[in-house]
Design a protein around this ligand. Structure first.
Ligand code: HEM
Length: 325
């Protein structure tokens, strides 16, 4: 016969309760690779199908989604707060000036993925996890490295444009400001340079660099001429934009770094990476060694993908990604 346990005294009962609660919280708060394997077994399949269909019909989705993810994470953590739309009472993050140039395709992709996931597994998958996986899968799809995305992020319960100021880098900042901005969030100079390699894909609007092209000697003269020409009508047509990597604009590779020493960077901050002694060695390293760039980019993006995340009760699973529950 099993020995009967003595009745618990109030203090030991309290200890057991604390232990049970903290174990439950620990389980709930831990990220894992197979977070949805039981609660949403079709998660990977739905994500893959939605992402592939979207990227095939709109090939600019990859770059837009990577930038969306970067902007969501660096300001207030990877919590999907960038997806929330403004209301009459609240101007949300996505309406902050710096986010107005984010294209519509990545937002559309997240809506599609969330809609499909809600049909299969309601109230289960966070919008923050959807962006993290979408960014990784799209980087890989356009030729970049694969890395593991740990899952279990919760979504933020609010989003305010006023909190964005000063949290994201701008092309006219000097290199010390950019370095400090990343350092304040735990990213080294090398990690910042590796992450900037994201500019191997996508576009920049003319307004982001046109004022520098004429008076910045870092630009290759023929390239400067071509940029001026491409942007000549930008005051009347603000949608005008150019590729960030003119050599292989749709391929994730290290050509962005090879372009910089030749004066073929588009933004002032791109040139800054080659002209500052603190960042130049890493530009040279990545220009020479694509494998090293891929390794460091993947590691830094994986680190960014858990920056400031909300876990457990600190967040929620939004039913719609564009509004709090
Ligand atoms: C280091 C400082 C950085 C600055 C100053 C900067 C600034 C910019 C600017 C001004 C644009 C053009 C946006 C437009 O006109 O639509 C852009 C595009 C882009 N940025 Fe950055 N960025 C930085 C770092 C990063 C990082 C770390 C990532 C991702 C890990 C990233 C990903 C992208 C992508 C993918 C695009 C192309 C977006 C598209 O085609 O829709 N950037 N960036």
């Amino acid at each position: 016969m099993a020995p009967s346990l003595p009745p618990l005294s109030p203090p030991s009962l309290l200890v057991v309760l604390i232990l049970l609660t903290s174990t439950a919280l620990l389980c709930e708060s831990r990220l894992s690779l197979d977070y949805y394997s039981k609660t949403c077994p079709s998660f990977n399949k739905i994500m893959q199908e939605t992402i592939t269909n979207k990227q095939i019909t709109s090939p600019t989705t990859a770059a837009g989604t990577l930038r969306l993810f970067f902007h969501d994470c660096l300001s207030n953590g990877c919590d999907g707060s960038i997806l929330i739309t403004s209301t009459a009472f609240n101007k949300a993050e996505r309406d902050a000036d710096i986010n107005l140039s984010l294209p519509g395709d990545p937002f559309d992709l997240i809506v599609r993925a969330k809609t499909a996931l809600e049909l299969s597994c309601p109230n289960t998958v966070s919008c923050a996890d959807i962006i993290a996986v979408a960014a990784r899968d799209l980087v890989t799809m356009v030729g970049g490295p694969y890395y593991n995305v740990y899952l279990g992020r919760k979504d933020s319960r609010f989003s305010q444009a006023s909190t964005i100021e000063g949290q994201l880098p701008k092309p006219n900042m000097d290199m010390s400001q950019i370095i400090d901005l990343f350092a304040a969030r735990g990213f080294s100079i090398q990690e910042m340079v590796a992450l900037s390699g994201a500019h191997t894909i996508g576009f920049s609007h003319c307004k982001e660099f046109s004022s520098n092209v004429g008076n910045d000697t870092q630009y290759n003269p023929r390239f400067a001429q071509a940029l001026k020409q491409a942007c000549s009508d930008y005051p009347n047509n603000p949608t005008l934009s150019v590729f960030n990597d003119i050599m292989t604009p749709n391929k994730f590779d290290n050509l962005y770094f090879q372009n910089l020493p030749k004066g073929l960077g588009v933004l002032k901050s791109d040139h800054g990476l080659y002209n500052d002694p603190r960042t130049k060695p890493f530009v040279e390293l990545y220009a020479k060694d694509q494998n090293k760039f891929f390794q460091d980019f993947a590691r830094a993006l994986q680190k960014l993908s858990v920056y400031g995340i909300k876990i457990g009760r600190k967040g929620e699973i939004r039913r719609r990604c564009d509004a709090v529950n």
